[in-house]
Every structure is written in structure tokens, then in C-alpha cells.
Design a protein around this ligand. Structure first.
Ligand code: IVH
Length: 669
């Protein structure tokens, strides 16, 4: 007797889910791809013939329509917390001490140690066993509704096996396996697109893509580790919870281990610091959690973190190689930054041949010289850095390196402000500065002039056709056609692109000017609040600080930029060229990056960088720097001889970060 179409459809859905689970969760396929496709095609045909059989949780329905107005903001049922970190054994043991003290336990307590997945956190809502919503962490209180994208992740069931009645929220991590990351970058390279820095950023980018069909091709996967639900549904221990998630068909990273006491936890951390390299995905540490949920309840949480869990961060990977040469790069602000040219070496997933050296003082302090064997470190996506020399005692070495007195590009003298460690080329028309500024001006995030990349900028500057961004608007097709490798069509396209950019919203221009600390989001906020470039230029630092998100460092940078004669001339020239300098702002860029939504206050003198540099680093990672401590401050970074901000932070219970912790944070972010 043949089954009814409804029964067969249900059977196929069950089979397909079982094989998806074997393939995407357990990496243990039981049938060939062809056999799997045959099941899928049979279900598609059946559903096409009987549209009434299509249900949202059918595997044919993973890719839906795109959300019409971008992602909606959704509030989380309970805050999505982050974790306190431990960077070494002592800090891990201190955590254990606190836990046992808090529980008033003398002997060892039971933990579960699991891998910390380097992805992005996700909250999945299942109602009566059906996936109805997926949301990003956002600021922990509210995130973005990314249901359409979450549904494309084939490690995640659209329907649970024997799921509980009512609503539950399952939390976990979406990640991109290394292989899928490498494939994505190979494709981007072939298409001439900029490469992603690491799998985490790539996964985060994919989750924010508005086209679920595109997301489905990315190869995102997920692991889950938390249930937020009615206490009756939540198992009493973490190990039981893992078994429950697995039984529901949710992906659980299988290497977790119950540890009776901190010694076993430390052994787990030590073992995985090495073994992690063999995993098909990236992990940046071990999350240690109290096994017993009732004990967790007793410990509770601080204002930021649960007291019952900690993230042990693996040390950055280090290798040694030869430092061939120290060169100096000149950026668009004129900052002359030394960098190391290395004997190529493989570290943390890629081959590197260059590494930053921060600044001349740092090189001197660490006594790094050309020809040295040096230790290189790479943590996450952070550009590799030279930790220091590793030379046998008594080895013959070259003379200490000295910062060149003049700019390596235009030969103008390099100078340094008293309160800064950075040397700068002060020549506003230094070709290096000009090239970098033009590249930035034309970049996708700024004026978005397609086709105007590094190579063409170089040609325009070398040919003497462009001396500042405003000159772009005077270019003619025949001038462009005269350049090497430039056809009639490309020239016409570029002219059209430049033309089009005149009408860009004013924030793009503001961002494109390359004012220090003014990122896309800040440019939008400023343009929205002040309405025109002219108005922004006319503000005092105090007035600027009344604009939301604008702190003293930023305000000062803006005022300084607009008080420079050459900059004012550039703005006048751009205005005369007919660019939009007033008008509405329709776009919003949410802060992105690992420090997005976090706000820091800097106080005292840091040994490794100026406060401006520290602020720039925080902002580059998506965080904000503010001048005053409030309850909303994530942490205060404390340098030598700090001010009253430390007291204020203590009163408000805002965490303090020593310089070393701050460096660890920006290195790990
Ligand atoms: S538990 C209250 N477990 O790490 C506890 N988090 O630094 C909530 N993460 O925001 C987190 N792997 O996105 C937990 N096995 C794991 C994790 C994990 C990665 C992420 C998570 C969290 C961040 C905290």
C-alpha cells in the first residue's frame, strides 16, 4: 500500500532532517550527496503537486524572501550576557576560588568545560518545537531579527524532535568553518573584492546580508549551549542540558567535558590550546561553566557577567622568523608607521610577510633590529605584530634601528608632537598621504566611486592630474583615456561614477574627508544633527559634544581639522565643484566590530600608545570613546597617573582596565 502524499511528505522531511543532522551537525554523512538530493527533489515535486502540504518547517523552505525594510529590532526575553575573561592559569584559579567562596564549598566543584566558538551569538526561539525567530545579540538587550538568515543554516533544525510545548529560547553561536571561509576569500579574490579578515567577521557579514539566498550559499553552521525557558523545561545541570539539546536535534559541539574541579578544567584548557588547530572551525578559548544550575542561581551575576562562568582565552599563537628589513609606511593622516618585512612564515591560519611595529619608541624599547630573529604573534584578526627579538646571547647584530628623519616618500622632515609617539609627515601634498586620502575618499564606504581603486589613484597622482579630492571632479574623459590600460569605456564609466558621487548624501563626503576618528557612523550622526558641512565646520568643541556619541577626543579632532587652512580650502573647492554639502541622511550604519555597543573612557598616560591612538583603536573595533564615566561606560582604561575618573568608576561599579588588560582586549578583539 503506498503512503498518502501527506504521509510521504512528512516521512521525507524526517529523513532529510536526519541526513542534514548527520552531515551538518555530526560531520558523519550516511548517504551520498546524490541520494540526499534525490530525497530533496522528491519532496519538492510532492510539494509542487500538493501546495497544501508545504509547511514553514519543510527543508524546502529554508530560503525565504528578504525582509522588506532591513532587519527589525527585537528585544531579548532575558539579557544576552557576555563573559568575564581569564588569560592565564592564575586568573582561572582565581575564578574557581571566587566560585567556591561564593558557594561556601571547601572541596572541588563540578564544572563543564567547552570550546569557545569564535563566531557570533544567536538566540533562537522555538514555539511548540518550530523555529519562529532568530536574533543577533545586538547590545545584549535587543538584537536584530535575522530569522530569514538563520533558517538557511542547515545545522539548525526548523523543527525539534519532540520539542516542548510553548516558547523556548535556545542560544548558541553561528560560525563559519575554516574551509568555507577560505573558499569565500578565494572567490572574493577572483572577483577583485577585498578579502575578509577572519571567519568571525565573514560570518557576521553574512548574517547581516539581506538576501537569504546568498546567505544560504555561505556555509554557516552553528553550535548551541543554552536554554532560556520555563524552569520546568530547563534540565538541572549543564551536561543534562547538552543531552537535551542533542535529543531535540540541535547542534552541540561534542568536545565538552565535565570536570570535577579546576585542575581538570586547566588540563582541558592546556590540551585544547594545541589541539584546537586540528578543528575545522576556530575557537579562541574555553568557556568554563558551573555544572549545577541551582548553584549558578545562588552565585548570580555582577552588573556585566554571570559569576558562574568564565572564558579562558587561549594565548595568541607565536612563531619565530627573520626580520629582513624595517620600512616606514605613510598613511593618509601623515602618520609614519614602521613595519617589519619578514621572511614569510605561517601563523594562525595564514602566511604573513609583514607585521606592524607600532612606533619608533616601541622598537627601541624592545630592541628590535633588522636581521634579527623575531617572535611574531597573531591573535584573531589583529594584524600580526612583532613581539620582540629572540636572539642568542652574544649574537652579532646590526646597529639599532632609527626612525628616518625625513618622509620616505616626499623627503619632507618627519615631526612629532610632544604628547604623541607617532611621527608624521607634515607635507599636506605628500604623494603617499594624497594617494591614501584619495583611496579613502573614493572607497565604497565613503564616496563610493566605483573603479577608482589603488592602481588608478596611483596613476592619477603620478600623472599630476589630481592634487586633492576636488580635482577628481575636474577630470575629463580624454585625460583618463590618455592613461595606460584605460579604454574609452572605462574612462566614460569612471567619469559617470564621479559625476554620480556629486549627489551623495553629505555624510559620505564628511566621512570621505578622512578626519581623524570620524567613521561612517559618526559622520551620519553629525550630518543628521547639524545638517550641513558648513554647520559642522562652524561648531565649537563644546557644541559638538552635545551631539549624541560625540566625545571630547572626536570633537577636538573635528575642530582641528576644520581650522586647518588647507582643509578649509579643500572644502571650498569641493563645494564649488557642486558636491552635496547639505541635506538629509537616510542611511544608518550600526556600529560593527567586536567592541560595537561598548563605550570606554581613557584616563592617565598609557605606555604603549597615546590616548588618541588608543581611542582610534577602540573606534576601529567598533567601540566608542567617551570623556565622562557613567553607568553606561563599559570600562575605564587606566594609564599611569590617572585622574578622578577612576574614583567615579569605582563608585558606579564600572570595571577598570589596566594597560595590559586593555592591550589584551584590543589584541583579542
Ligand atoms: S556562554 C551567560 N558558551 O562568547 C553565558 N558563550 O564572551 C553566555 N561564546 O557572547 C555565553 N562560545 O557569543 C558561551 N561555548 C560557549 C561560547 C560562548 C562562544 C561567545 C558568546 C558570548 C561570548 C562571551
Amino acid at each position: 500500500m503506498s503512503a498518502t502524499p501527506a504521509a510521504r511528505a512528512e516521512e521525507l522531511r524526517r529523513l532529510i532532517r536526519r541526513h542534514e543532522e548527520l552531515y551538518y551537525v555530526h560531520a558523519a554523512p550516511a548517504i551520498s550527496d546524490q541520494q540526499f538530493d534525490a530525497l530533496m527533489r522528491e519532496l519538492q515535486a510532492l510539494e509542487a503537486a500538493h501546495p497544501e502540504l508545504v509547511v514553514p518547517e519543510s527543508p524546502t523552505q529554508r530560503v525565504g524572501g528578504r525582509p522588506a525594510d532591513g532587519f527589525a529590532t527585537v528585544a531579548h526575553a532575558a539579557p544576552m550576557l557576555s563573559l568575564d575573561n581569564a588569560y592565564n592559569e592564575a586568573e582561572l584559579r582565581a575564578f574557581d576560588e571566587r566560585v567556591r567562596k561564593g558557594l561556601a564549598v571547601e572541596g572541588p566543584v563540578d564544572y563543564v568545560a567547552e570550546l569557545k566558538i569564535d563566531g557570533l551569538s544567536i538566540a533562537l526561539t522555538y514555539v511548540d518545537g518550530r523555529l519562529v525567530r532568530g536574533a543577533t545579540r545586538g547590545d545584549g538587550t535587543a538584537g536584530e531579527d535575522v530569522t530569514t538568515n538563520v533558517r538557511t543554516i542547515r545545522a539548525l533544525p526548523l523543527r525539534l524532535h519532540d520539542g516542548p510545548a510553548g516558547a523556548i529560547e535556545v542560544r548558541g553561536e553561528v560560525y563559519l568553518p575554516r574551509a568555507a571561509f577560505e573558499r569565500t576569500n578565494r572567490e572574493r579574490e577572483a572577483a577583485g573584492e577585498p578579502l575578509f579578515a577572519n571567519p568571525r567577521n565573514t560570518a557576521a557579514g553574512a548574517m547581516r546580508n539581506l538576501d537569504p539566498a546568498h546567505v544560504a550559499t555561505r556555509g554557516l553552521l552553528a553550535w548551541t549551549y543554552q536554554i532560556v525557558a520555563d524552569p520546568a523545561v530547563v534540565p538541572p545541570t549543564h551536561e543534562a542540558l547538552f543531552r537535551q539539546l542533542t535529543a531535540w536535534g540541535l547542534p552541540v559541539e561534542p568536545h565538552w567535558q565535565r570536570c570535577a574541579g579546576i585542575d581538570a578544567v586547566w588540563a582541558f584548557c592546556e590540551a585544547w590550546a594545541e589541539t584546537r588547530k586540528t578543528l575545522p572551525f576556530e575557537t579562541d578559548g574555553v568557556v568554563v561553566k558551573l555544572n549545577d544550575l541551582a548553584e549558578r542561581e545562588r552565585l548570580g551575576m555582577t552588573s556585566k557577567f554571570p559569576r558562574w562562568a568564565i572564558a579562558f582565552k587561549f594565548p595568541a599563537e607565536q612563531v619565530t622568523t627573520e626580520l629582513r628589513e624595517i620600512r616606514v609606511n605613510v598613511g593618509r593622516t601623515g602618520a609614519a608607521t614602521p613595519y617589519a618585512v619578514l621572511e614569510p612564515v605561517f601563523v594562525a591560519g595564514s602566511t604573513i610577510s609583514m607585521a606592524t611595529l607600532h612606533n619608533a619608541e616601541d622598537i627601541e624599547r624592545k630592541d628590535i633590529r633588522e636581521g634579527d630573529t623575531v617572535i611574531i604573534e597573531k591573535a584573531g584578526d589583529v594584524i600580526p605584530r612583532v613581539v620582540g627579538p629572540k636572539m642568542p646571547a652574544g649574537a652579532t647584530r646590526q646597529a639599532p634601528w632609527v626612525m628616518p628623519a625625513v618622509c620616505p616618500v616626499c623627503a619632507s622632515p618627519l615631526h612629532r608632537d610632544a604628547d604623541e609617539v607617532v611621527w608624521r609627515c607634515g607635507n599636506m601634498s605628500c604623494p603617499a598621504r594624497l594617494r591614501r586620502s584619495l583611496e579613502h575618499f573614493a572607497s565604497r564606504a565613503a564616496m563610493n566611486i566605483e573603479g577608482l581603486g589603488e592602481a588608478l589613484v596611483d596613476q592619477l597622482v603620478t600623472a599630476g592630474l589630481v592634487h586633492d579630492a576636488a580635482d577628481l571632479y575636474a577630470l575629463t574623459a580624454s585625460q583618463l583615456e590618455a592613461l595606460e590600460r584605460m579604454g574609452k569605456k572605462s574612462a566614460a564609466n569612471l567619469i559617470a561614477e564621479i559625476e554620480r558621487s556629486r549627489g551623495n548624501e553629505v555624510w559620505r563626503l564628511l566621512y570621505g574627508l578622512g578626519i581623524r576618528h570620524v567613521g561612517e557612523r559618526v559622520a551620519q550622526v553629525l550630518a543628521r544633527h547639524l545638517g550641513s558641512l558648513e554647520a559642522i565646520a562652524a561648531q565649537s568643541p563644546e557644541a559638538l559634544q552635545t551631539v549624541p556619541e560625540v566625545g571630547p577626543v572626536l570633537a577636538q579632532a573635528i575642530v582641528e581639522w576644520f581650522s586647518d587652512e588647507a582643509n578649509r580650502a579643500l572644502v571650498a573647492k569641493l563645494t564649488a565643484a557642486g558636491l552635496t554639502t547639505v541635506g538629509p541622511v537616510t542611511a544608518t550604519v550600526e556600529p560593527v566590530g567586536p567592541l560595537a555597543g561598548k563605550s570606554y573612557v581613557l584616563t592617565g598616560t598609557l605606555a604603549s600608545m597615546s590616548r588618541d591612538e588608543a581611542a582610534a583603536k577602540i573606534e576601529a573595533l567598533g567601540g566608542r570613546v567617551s570623556g565622562a564615566v557613567s553607568r553606561k561606560t563599559t570600562a575605564v582604561v587606566v594609564g599611569a597617573e590617572p585622574g578622578s575618573k577612576v574614583e567615579k568608576a569605582r563608585t558606579l561599579g564600572v570595571p577598570l582596565l589596566e594597560e595590559a588588560e586593555f592591550l589584551a582586549l584590543i589584541m583579542a578583539s
